[in-house]
Design a protein around this ligand. Structure first.
Ligand code: PEP
Ligand code: MN
Length: 340
């Protein structure tokens, strides 16, 4: 994965639909400098009846892409048969889709079929916001000896989300980057967005968060695509988008951040000291309540604390929801300390 330039851009259609479609898109992308071509060959569809991919035959079209454009090619694998067929067709990079990462049986099957094979593999986040499933997939592949791994953030399914097809919940990929700093993390804005208008801003956000690359669905005729038409970009739009991205790479300026960070660190230390003092008092209250047979919890007192904090939050220009959550956590811990 280290052989590709920064940011790593993977582009191509959601699904391979025909030789002409695949070659047409690939040629447009390769002349714009895109190095890796994606196309789904086996498509996991939420409900039956949709286009489920061309299957094995489309692997031949990806071989043609390699021959004609010299781009590397990548496709999704969801079981050991896919792995075997993709590898024998010379697919350069594999990826596990969100509906696979969510299923440890499927991940283990793929890991087992990759033992002793030296191929780069990207792992998309699971469909639900469970970071442990994502980590589990990394571990299963690593345990099978797959060492060239990368991560793809494609957002998380949610019953409430309105704007995006899949909520970005950026704190999850950020935590994944913290746990696996050596793995490249790329963003798939297409599956987060669900609609093409939202793709550019998501790309910029990913770059601002120092993601290593982007996987963007691209089609010559997005509106007549057999899958995910609404979220695909035309190659020329993708090229303009890539040119418009801004990169924050100024390390000199980053150093000045240490001044701000020092101030933050001081404030954090004071917060900890205050919390420690507050908990000490809570424990003393606990002893007093026990001696005088007063119950630990007085609901009215809790309501007052909460209301006063929320009022103060408004005066201090802090989000009341955030302050309420914080005070609930502090109060819960206080109660625990009073009981100990
Ligand atoms: C895809 O990349 O086309 C795809 C099916 O993605 P995901 O697994 O993120 O839904
Ligand atoms: Mn898709």
């Amino acid at each position: 994965m280290n052989t590709f330039k920064h940011p790593l851009v993977i582009a191509g259609p959601c699904s391979a639909e025909s030789l002409e479609q695949v070659i047409g898109i690939a040629e447009a992308l390769s002349s714009a400098g895109v190095q890796i071509f994606r196309a789904g060959v086996w498509k996991p569809r939420t409900r039956p009846g949709g286009f489920e991919g061309i299957g094995k035959e489309a692997l031949e079209w990806l071989k043609e892409v390699k021959k004609k454009t010299l781009m590397a090619v990548t496709t999704e694998v969801a079981n050991s048969v896919h792995v075997e067929e993709a590898l024998s067709a010379g697919i350069d990079i594999l990826w596990l889709g969100a509906r696979t990462t969510v299923n440890p049986f499927a991940v283990q099957e793929i890991a087992d079929s990759l033992r002793g094979v030296d191929v780069p593999v990207f792992i998309k986040n699971p469909i639900n916001p469970d970071i442990e499933l994502w980590c589990g997939a990394v571990q299963r592949l690593r345990n099978a000896g797959v060492s060239d791994l990368g991560l793809i953030h494609r957002g998380f399914s949610s019953y409430q989300e309105k704007l995006y097809r899949n909520s970005p919940i950026w704190q999850i990929p950020i935590e994944m980057k913290r746990r696996f700093p050596q793995l490249p993390m790329i963003c798939d804005p297409s599956h987060i967005a669900g609609s093409r208008e939202l793709v550019p801003q998501l790309c910029q956000q990913a770059m601002d968060l120092s993601f290593d690359g982007l996987m963007i669905e691209t089609h010559i005729h997005p509106d007549s695509a057999l899958s995910d038409g609404q979220q695909q970009l035309e190659p020329k739009t993708l090229i303009r988008l890539l040119q418009s991205l801004e990169f924050r790479e100024n390390d000199d300026l980053a150093e000045r951040l240490t001044v701000f960070r020092d101030r933050i660190d001081k404030i954090d230390r004071s917060l900890m000291e205050l919390l420690s003092e507050r908990m000490k008092i809570s424990r003393e209250i606990g002893v007093y309540k026990k001696a005088h047979r007063i119950p630990v919890l007085q609901n009215r007192r809790y309501d007052t604390i909460l209301q006063e904090s929320v009022t103060q939050a408004r005066e201090l220009d802090l989000p009341p929801d955030f302050v309420a959550t914080l005070m609930k956590a502090i109060h819960e811990e206080s109660v625990k300390q009073q009981m100990s």
